[in-house]
Design a protein around this ligand. Structure first.
Ligand SMILES: Cc1cc2nc3c(=O)[nH]c(=O)nc-3n(C[C@H](O)[C@H](O)[C@H](O)COP(=O)(O)O)c2cc1C
Length: 184
């Protein structure tokens, strides 16, 4: 089937871009959404333009258009990843306030009992952020903040990003060569 991937306006747009590239490499259909502030972080933090990122995806949707297939539970897919996920989008999902297509698609993913993986990014976290994450964790969402693992002895930023997205894709049983598994 395929995966819905949303890039929102938290720091770490590169995580979403790298996930998109891995999905393409693996021949897995990608359905891309980018929020207004996600577009700003792509341009601010990475060497990619928004247009280049959009081209990697199989399908791209405007975040403000709710009248598209992925807005409905009848759309079949394997689940959704939000990478990175801002505290605003997290709050929208946790409260069921489906203001845009990203939050609506996440809401649908929850109601259809599909996998929802949120790469929530903010620091430090306040009680509202933590409560929203806990609420979604209780109903089965996977809360996976992009926290580097140092047991792999990363040498570059790419090493850190690859390890993190490898773990995200593991949730969908997508094996990549990004990931160094711990071996004793
Ligand atoms: C460069 C930049 C970095 C940001 N980093 C974060 C962040 O790490 N976490 C966060 O929750 N918001 C961050 N924000 C603020 C969000 O972009 C803002 O709350 C926005 O309303 C999120 O909307 P969205 O979820 O629709 O993308 C950042 C904004 C900018 C411009």
């Amino acid at each position: 089937m395929g995966i819905i991937l949303a890039i929102t306006g938290a720091s770490g747009a590169i995580y979403g871009i790298r996930i998109l590239q891995e999905l393409k490499k693996k021949g897995i259909e990608s359905h891309l959404l980018i929020s207004k502030w996600g577009k700003v972080t792509i341009e601010t933090e990475t060497e990619y333009t928004v247009e280049e990122v959009v081209k990697i995806a199989d399908y791209y949707y405007n975040e403000n258009n709710l009248a598209v297939s992925i807005s409905s539970g009848s759309f079949k897919c394997d689940g959704m990843v939000i990478a990175p996920c801002s505290m605003k989008t997290l709050a929208g999902i946790a409260s069921g306030y489906t203001e845009d297509l990203i939050i609506r698609a996440a809401d649908v993913t929850i109601k259809e009992k599909r996998k929802l993986v949120l790469m929530t990014r903010e620091t430090p976290l306040n009680a509202i952020h933590l409560e929203n994450m806990l609420k979604l964790c209780h109903i089965g969402a996977i809360i996976t903040p992009p926290v580097p693992a140092f047991y792999t002895n990363p040498k570059t930023i790419d090493d850190i990003v690859n390890q993190t997205i490898g773990r995200v894709l593991d949730n969908f049983n997508i094996n990549t060569d990004c990931l160094k598994r711990w071996e004793d």
